[in-house]
Design a protein around this ligand. Structure first.
Ligand code: FPP
Length: 259
């Protein structure tokens, strides 16, 4: 149960909300948001960065344990150079501005993806934010930066195959547990699978985002464009999640009691 007061709607929402432990968000629609206003695409990304601040604070206030945000995919390098450069600058600006708030809210930053391929300044900003927030015992803010799910799975398969080749692992010993431990979410332990996966902007696909971890995630799609996404929109997604009957391939209590 959660009592939650939003800025846009200052009444206390006495909903019997079931708060997902891990929420993952595909933040989409920045370009369309800008186009609608006859602004350059990067204006959408800049406003989208402010949405990241808003939703991070809201999720932390709600008691979410992990918030994973898809900030840059391995496929996003194919965008025009000036847009890629802007997207690489965003984490620098975001952390410069927002780390004090993260520390105040006890939030810890983590990243997944191939960070070594990012420009030096971006890598340094990310590492600094990880170090500065390392003492946080509250929500983990997990950025997917230069992340791709298929590459992640292939890398995990190679890691285990190497152990088999080295004779330190038997093929029969490969399990979902040690496979998960080879994925980029390994540091999240039991919380590595998102309970709720949200995509904004009306697109109905996962776009290579956490394909292994999302096996049993509840999916939620909204037409709201990411720059407009609000704490109330997040609550709406959580209200939908609250009503879902998660069976993980089993039966729900109603049917179990009939048998
Ligand atoms: C997708 O919208 C969005 C991205 C590829 C970038 C997401 C980045 C942010 C929201 C800001 C990240 C902030 C930090 C702190 C790293 P799109 O450009 O594909 O939108 P469109 O589909 O409307 O063109």
């Amino acid at each position: 149960m959660a009592l939650f007061k939003t800025k846009t709607n200052p009444k206390v929402v006495p909903a019997q909300l079931k708060i997902p432990e891990h929420i993952a968000i595909i933040m989409d629609g920045n370009g369309r948001w800008a186009k609608k206003r006859m602004m350059p695409r990067i204006a959408g990304h800049k406003t989208g960065m402010n949405t990241v601040k808003r939703i991070t604070t809201a999720a932390s206030d709600l008691g979410v344990k992990v918030l994973t945000l898809y900030a840059f995919s391995t496929e996003n390098w194919s965008r025009p150079n000036d847009e890629v450069s802007f997207l690489m600058q965003l984490p620098i600006d975001f952390f410069n501005d927002f780390v004090p708030d993260l520390i105040k809210n006890n939030i810890r930053v983590q990243v997944m993806g191939n960070i070594a391929q990012l420009p030096d300044g971006t890598q340094q900003a990310v590492q600094r934010a990880i170090d500065q927030t390392a003492g946080g015992t509250g929500m983990i803010l997990n950025f997917a930066l230069n992340y791709g799910g298929q590459i992640e799975i292939v890398a995990a398969a190679k890691q285990l195959a190497q152990q088999v080749a080295d004779g330190t692992l038997m093929v029969d010993e490969i399990t979902p547990e040690n496979f998960s431990a080879a994925l980029q979410t390994h540091a999240l332990g039991d919380l590595s699978a998102p309970d709720l996966m949200i995509r904004t902007s009306g697109e109905l696909r996962l776009s290579n985002f956490m394909p292994y971890q999302a096996a049993y995630s509840e999916l939620y799609f909204t037409d709201v464009l990411w720059p407009d996404y609000s704490a109330d929109d997040l609550l709406e997604a959580i209200a939908s999640f609250t009503k879902r009957d998660r069976r993980f391939g089993g039966l729900n209590e109603k049917y179990e009691s009939e048998s």
